[in-house]
Design a protein around this ligand. Structure first.
Ligand code: FE2
Ligand code: FE2
Length: 267
């Protein structure tokens, strides 16, 4: 997993500095993985980007859609292939993947409505926020899958069970790893503190709060899995963002519509 995510970290970092990144350098970096490059071209040609059949090579995808969008497509396809191919005990990869996608899409809508300054980072922060669970499973194996099963069975936040059994949450685990993968600082911090945004460094607090709030908006995950079932702090988090109950309903509806399109392309 590390090699793939290290490549992804480099792709995302380059995409965030488009003025100093020649298009060819960026395309060559993506093409380091021919499979990833082929998937990027395939998804770029989908109805999702309005380019049906008109993008025949990676360089053209970068030119037409831009580096940030191509980095998002690369992230989406990589997360889909990694998560869907695995399971954590009884928790199937499809459920983990759908949760990541729902939180990504929802985070983007929340940011667009309420925190436009983080809109460009919100999808990726949401999509990647639970990657630390894969790392935790790799490190702890069966005891970790038992904690995940307990979270699902008892509808209790996973972070509490992780802290109790492993003295580390999946957010903090990723925080420790993402530096090796060269993920950009803001993104890394937001992912690292998505479970406790109030503890995040100030620069990443808004983005971490958006990802946390997405867990509240997605109250009924389509595959039944969320690592954060409702908690007593939820109203406070929505209040901090200025998210009104009617906004929650609207954003949920927007997310469900968008999810149909995204899933049909990535599947
Ligand atoms: Fe999480
Ligand atoms: Fe989550």
């Amino acid at each position: 997993m590390s090699i793939e995510f290290a490549l992804l970290g480099e792709i995302i970092s380059l995409s965030q500095d488009p003025t100093n990144t020649p298009l060819d350098d960026f395309a060559n970096k993506v093409a380091t993985s021919p499979q990833l490059a082929a998937e990027v071209v395939r998804v770029s040609n989908s109805a999702l980007y309005g380019m049906e059949g008109r993008i025949n090579r990676l360089e053209r995808a970068v030119l037409i859609l831009g580096m940030r969008t191509v980095a998002e497509i690369a992230s989406s396809t990589l997360v889909a292939s990694r998560m869907r191919a695995m399971s954590i005990g009884a928790l199937g990869g499809d459920a983990l993947w759908m949760h990541s996608l729902e939180i990504g899409v929802c985070s983007q809508f929340i940011a667009r409505c309420l925190v436009p300054s983080v809109e460009s980072e919100a999808y990726l922060a949401g999509l990647l926020h639970d990657l630390g669970m894969l790392e935790m499973y790799e490190a702890h194996g069966k005891p970790y899958s038992e904690a995940v099963a307990r979270c699902q069975r008892e509808q209790t936040p996973l972070i509490g069970l992780e802290a109790e059994a492993f003295e580390q949450t999946h957010g903090r685990r990723l925080l420790a790893r993402a530096g090796d993968w060269h993920f950009p600082e803001l993104l890394t911090q937001a992912i690292g503190y998505h479970d406790a945004p109030q503890e995040a460094p100030e620069a990443s607090r808004s983005l971490a709060t958006v990802v946390r709030a997405a867990h509240i908006v997605v109250v009924e995950p389509s595959k039944g899995w969320s690592d954060m079932p409702p908690t007593p702090e939820d109203d406070q988090i929505l209040g901090d963002l200025g998210l009104q109950p009617e906004d929650v309903v609207d954003i949920r509806a927007l997310m469900q519509e968008r999810m149909k399109e995204v899933v049909s392309v990535l599947r």
